[in-house]
Design a protein around this ligand. Structure first.
Ligand code: ZN
Length: 341
């Protein structure tokens, strides 16, 4: 059950096997932010004639601003694609005050439900603006053209509530929570997790129900994060290990996969139902093994051994179990012994 009346950032939602069919004829003058493959799989279904189709090359602010200046006058901007195309459309919608229609063609990241656009300012990530999809269009037929494991990756930032909410509770018990702590938020997060646990087979198989579970998870997550003004409920030690790895190896990862690896390691450090959450990730077939992420054993060991000093040198990072950890080489080796490299 999706509760759009709460603070979800989704004004309207359409979903179905062909949810975007004919939409282009309903929305007045519109332009499209997209990329090559997403446009190929959706343009015939969408119908109507966009005044402009922009293929997103980069998320650098300067490029986006110049692109915005050249757009013809429209009523609506339609984002079709993954995170970049959707974020570019959010940026245009915010800059121009145009209606936003978001048509994600893959569910690997949650850009389609969040209000701010993730852009690059001098190569650094920055979150700017505010835009709400009206409607958000979940077209199962289009989403199923994406590799299924990349849609499954979408659960990474939801399953992270298992470890992140533990970290928040832990920080609160230690008197170190950076924000007011609400038990209600933890319970809500738990309800989202329970909903996902009940649909792992559907998510794995990318059925209609499974795809909607991911979308619903993100919409419900917004009802926790948006009123609170932070996302501590889904970001904690599991993300911090990934930040360390990203800085160490200097390359991007599929977000949901590496968050899964973080959950694998940090649920052990937390003593937080490791076997259970590992079984969940295995059953849903979330790829989290270092082999798939192309992370070597020594790099992962070094990262785990360094993660405490990494977070301590970054005061902006929230308080988690990492802050009080004493990770030894023996512990780290034991923790990763069953992973595939
Ligand atoms: Zn994340």
């Amino acid at each position: 059950m999706i509760h759009l009346k709460e603070n979800t950032n989704v004004i309207d939602l359409r979903y179905g096997q062909n949810a975007c069919e004919g939409l282009g004829k309903e929305i007045g003058d519109f332009c499209v932010m997209t990329m090559d493959i997403p446009w190929q799989v959706s343009k015939d279904k969408l119908e109507g004639t966009p005044l402009e189709v922009v293929f997103i090359e980069t998320m650098e602010e300067k490029w986006l601003d110049e692109m915005c200046d050249k757009l013809p006058m429209c009523d609506t901007v339609v984002g079709i694609g993954g995170g970049m195309a959707i974020d570019a459309a959010k940026y245009v919608s915010w800059k121009k005050g145009w209606r936003l229609v978001s048509i994600p063609t893959i569910l690997s990241v949650d850009a389609f439900t969040t209000p701010a656009a993730g852009i690059r300012r001098n190569h650094e990530v920055a979150y700017v603006g505010h835009a709400s999809p009206n409607p958000l269009v979940i077209d199962f037929g289009i989403i199923r053209t994406a590799p299924p494991e990349l849609n499954i990756a979408g659960v990474g930032d939801l399953l992270s509530m298992h470890t992140a909410s533990f970290d928040w509770t832990y920080a609160n018990l230690k008197g170190k929570s950076e924000f007011p702590y609400y038990k209600n938020s933890i319970e809500k997060a738990n309800r989202i997790l329970q909903m996902l646990y009940g649909l792992l087979g559907d998510i794995r198989e990318n059925t209609d129900k499974g795809l909607m579970a991911i979308v619903e998870g993100y919409i419900d997550l917004n009802t926790i994060c948006l009123p609170a003004g932070h996302f501590r409920i889904e970001e904690g030690s599991e993300h911090y290990l990934f930040y360390e790895l990203e800085e160490r190896l200097k390359r991007p990862f599929v977000h949901g996969y590496i968050v899964g690896l973080g959950i694998y390691v940090m649920s052990q450090l937390q003593g937080n139902s490791f076997q259970f959450i590992k079984n969940v990730m295995d059953e849903v077939k979330l790829p989290y093994h270092p082999k798939i992420l192309d992370i070597g054993k020594q790099d992962l060991l070094n990262s785990i051994l360094n993660v405490r000093s990494y977070v301590e040198s970054r005061p902006k990072l929230w308080y988690t179990v990492i802050n009080d950890s004493h990770i030894t080489k023996e512990w780290a080796e034991e923790a990763i012994k069953d992973l595939n490299f």
